[in-house]
Design a protein. Structure first.
Length: 94
């Protein structure tokens, strides 16, 4: 099921996010990916993916590892990374 942007979580509540990420996403339609087991919210757009998860060492290490691997392995490109007091927002190519 495709949704209009104004991102919602699985409970249909609007997700707050940093302006930098919202500007890149714009009004693109998305699907919510419910396959993983990480507890993250994953939004699948046509050509980008937004992963929102609890702030902590795991999410920060994921970002650091992806940045380090850029150009070494074929992995998604990190387009933006933001964090606040409770969440991290990783926007990457699909």
């Amino acid at each position: 099921m495709k949704h209009d942007c104004g991102l919602e979580n699985a409970d249909n509540k609007i997700i707050q996010m940093p302006d930098k990420i919202r500007k890149i996403i714009g009004d693109e339609k998305y699907n919510i990916d419910n396959v993983g087991m990480s507890g993250s919210l994953v939004y699948m757009f046509e050509d980008i993916v937004l992963k929102i998860q609890e702030a902590g060492s795991e999410s920060e290490n994921e970002y650091i590892m992806m940045k380090w691997l850029q150009g070494k392995l074929l992995i998604p490109e990190v387009l933006a990374y933001e964090k606040d007091d409770s969440k991290t927002y990783l926007l990457m190519s699909r």
